[in-house]
Design a protein. Structure first.
Length: 147
């Protein structure tokens, strides 16, 4: 801001303490924007898709025979965490958190990821993709290395 000396009765000179970079000073003529409007009704209930209902979490399992899956050649379906070759400490954690059976995406992707294959896994929200990757990473890292 530029300060000028004003020599008029009743007015004082304006001198800024420090020059301010442009855009850092609030202007009183522009009030802050109003907050977003509150919702007027409840959002619609989320529907659980068949893929999400087949998840491995604490929900009841859905019959996978009613669902359609596309899997590349050479990918086997592994129906239990025990059969995946997962370390004992990870299995205890999986069962300790209440997981009983791997979801459809986990049944098809965990073993190839652990084996070092490149994997592209696509599934709907809530089907266990993040836990599939986390489980696979925990299995392949060497926990004996401390750096």
């Amino acid at each position: 801001a530029i300060a000028s000396q004003i020599h008029s009765p009743g007015l004082q000179a304006i001198k800024p303490e420090k020059p301010e970079p442009p855009g850092t000073r609030l202007q009183k003529s522009h009030p802050p924007p109003p907050p977003p409007p509150l919702p007027t009704s409840h959002p619609p209930q989320a529907r659980v898709s068949p893929m999400a209902a087949a998840g491995s979490s604490r929900r009841g399992p859905m019959d996978d025979d009613k669902l359609t899956f596309e899997t590349s050649a050479g990918v086997d379906v592994v129906g239990s965490f025990d059969a995946m070759g997962i370390r004992e400490d990870l299995l205890r954690g999986i069962y300790g958190y209440g997981f009983e059976k791997p979801s459809a995406i986990q049944q098809r992707a965990v073993v190839p990821i652990i084996a070092g294959r490149d994997v592209i896994a696509q599934a709907q929200s809530g089907t266990g993709k993040t836990s599939m990757v986390s489980l696979s990473v925990c299995q392949v890292i060497d926990t004996n290395i401390h750096e």
